[in-house]
Design a protein around this ligand. Structure first.
Ligand code: FES
Ligand code: FE2
Length: 417
C-alpha cells in the first residue's frame, strides 16, 4: 500500500517534470514577523507543541542492542532512552525519583542498570527501582511506585516517538496519520547508527524553515551543493508531516538523493522502479525533524532535529546519521565522514548564518510580516499547523485536527499550474 503510494508520487513528480509544471499554494502567505521572536509565543510553543505532541527522538538503531541507551535534552526535559532484554525501547525522564538528579550523564552507551551518582539509588533499564542505599532509613517504602517516570512511546518504522507528558493519552499512531507506514519503506529498523553532530542555530522555526523548501537551494547553496539545482519542490502530506521531492528531471544535479530527483525513473518501466530511488528526497516529521537521503559512503539518511534552545533566539540541532549498512572499508567510511562534515558546514555556514541575520534584523526591521510564496507550500503548511496546534485547547481539539487527515493525502490539494 505504502509502496503503491510511493509509485503514485513518482508518477506525479515525473508528470510535472515532463510538463515543466508544479503545485503552488493558492495565495502568498503573510506571516507575522513576531512569529520568530515573540517570547510569549515561544513559551506557548514549548508547552503546546513540544510538551504535548509526539516528538521523534531518534532512530531505533541508536539503541539497537539490549542494554543500549541514549540520553538527550528536548525542550528542557532530560530524557533517557533504553532498550531492554525484551527488545522494547523505553523512554524515561532522566531524573532520579529520590531528589531528581540525572541518573545518567553519558550521551550513549550500554548498561542494564543505572546508579544515581548522588546517593546511589539504582534502576534497571525497564525503569524499576532495584536498589536503595540505606533502605532502613526510608522505613516502610514501596519501591514499586518509585521507578523512573516513563513517557508514552511508540517505535514504528524503526523510529522512536515519545510524548514528553507522562500522563498524555494522545494516540501517537493517529498523530502520524499513516506517515510511519511510508517511512517504513526505508527499513530503518535494520539500519545502523553511524555518527551524530550537535550545534546551535537561530530560532527553531527560522532554522526549520530552511528544511521545508527548495527555493533557496540554487541561491544560498549555489557555491556548494546547489549548483545547477532546481528551486522547485513538490510537497506531499500526511497530517502535518510532509515529504518533499524535486520536480526537475534533468540529470547531473549534485544532490540527487537529498532533493528527491526522480530523473532516473522517468524513462524506465514502472515495473523496474526500485524502492531506494522512490524514497529519495526530504521527509519532514512535524514539528521539528527532517530526514534527508544521501549516498556518500553508501545509502544513508541525515535525521535533523531542530529543537528549541533556552530562549526564543536559540535552537539546538542534532544531526543523526544512520546508514543502511555501516561503511565496510576505510575509504567508504572516509567518504561518509566527509559528507557529514560537509552537511554540517553547509547548514551552519550557509543556512544558520543566514538565519541569524533574520533573527537579528527582524524585530527592528520595520517589517510587520514576512512572505511565504505560492512556491513555499511546505513552509505555509508548517506555519499553519504550528498555529493550529498552539491554539488547540484540549487533546480532543488536537485529535480532531489529526483526524481530518487520518487517511493521509498522497497528492497535494493545491491548484496545479
Ligand atoms: S538524587 Fe538520586 S539517589 Fe539521591
Ligand atoms: Fe539550506
Amino acid at each position: 500500500m505504502s509502496h503503491e503510494k510511493l509509485v503514485d508520487i513518482a508518477r506525479h513528480v515525473i508528470g510535472h517534470g515532463k510538463s515543466g509544471t508544479m503545485e503552488r499554494a493558492n495565495a502568498v502567505m503573510e506571516l507575522p514577523a513576531s512569529t520568530y521572536y515573540d517570547e510569549d509565543l515561544f513559551e506557548r510553543e514549548i508547552d503546546k507543541i513540544f510538551h504535548r505532541l509526539p516528538i521523534l527522538l531518534g532512530a531505533g538503531c541508536e539503541v539497537k542492542k539490549s542494554g543500549d541507551f541514549k540520553t538527550m535534552e528536548v525542550a528542557g526535559s532530560n530524557l533517557l532512552i533504553t532498550r531492554s532484554k525484551d527488545g522494547q525501547a523505553r523512554v524515561f525522564m532522566n531524573a532520579c525519583t529520590h531528589r531528581g538528579a540525572a541518573i545518567e550523564r553519558e550521551a550513549c552507551g550500554n548498561k542494564s542498570r543505572f546508579t544515581c551518582p548522588y546517593h546511589g539509588w539504582t534502576y534497571n533499564n525497564e525503569g524499576d527501582l532495584i536498589g536503595l542505599t540505606a533502605p532502613q532509613d526510608f522505613g516502610d517504602f514501596d519501591r514499586n511506585t518509585h521507578g523512573l517516570v516513563e513517557l508514552p512511546t511508540l517505535e514504528s518504522a524503526g523510529l522512536i516517538w515519545s510524548i514528553l507528558d507522562p500522563k498524555s493519552t494522545l494516540d501517537i499512531k493517529a498523530f502520524l496519520s499513516g506517515y510511519d507506514d511510508m517511512l517504513a519503506q526505508f527499513g530503518f529498523a535494520d539500519w545502523s547508527y553511524v555518527s551524530m553532530r550537535t550545534f546551535k542555530g537561530p530560532n527553531w522555526k527560522i532554522a526549520y524553515d530552511g528544511y521545508l523548501e527548495y527555493y533557496h537551494i540554487p541561491v544560498l547553496h549555489g557555491a556548494t551543493f546547489g549548483t545547477d539545482s532546481t528551486n522547485r519542490g513538490l510537497y506531499y502530506m500526511w497530517g502535518p508531516h510532509q515529504h518533499i521531492k524535486s520536480t526537475a528531471l534533468d540529470k547531473g544535479h549534485a544532490a540527487t538523493e537529498t532533493l528527491g530527483y526522480m530523473a532516473d525513473l522517468a524513462d524506465v518501466p514502472e515495473s523496474k522502479w526500485d524502492t531506494e530511488t522512490l524514497t529519495f528526497g526530504v521527509w519532514t516529521v512535524f514539528p521539528c525533524t527532517s530526514i534527508a537521503c544521501f549516498g556518500g559512503g553508501g545509502r544513508g539518511v541525515m535525521i535533523s532535529q531542530i529543537l528549541p534552545g533556552s530562549h526564543v533566539g536559540e535552537s539546538i540541532t542534532n544531526q543523526i546519521y544512520i546508514m543502511q549498512d555501516p561503511p565496510e572499508n576505510k575509504q567508504l567510511a572516509a567518504e561518509a565522514e566527509d559528507q557529514f562534515d560537509f552537511l554540517q558546514e553547509v547548514v551552519m555556514n550557509e543556512d544558520y548564518a543566514t538565519g541569524y541575520t533574520i533573527q537579528k534584523s527582524l524585530p527592528r526591521s520595520g517589517l510587520n510580516h514576512i512572505l511565504l510564496g505560492r512556491n513555499e507550500l511546505g513552509n505555509q503548511r508548517f506555519h499553519s499547523w504550528t498555529r493550529r496546534v498552539v491554539e488547540a485547547e484540549t487533546d480532543e481539539d488536537l485529535m480532531a485536527l489529526f483526524g481530518e487527515f487520518e487517511r493521509g493525502v498522497g497528492i497535494p490539494d493545491m491548484a496545479a499550474e
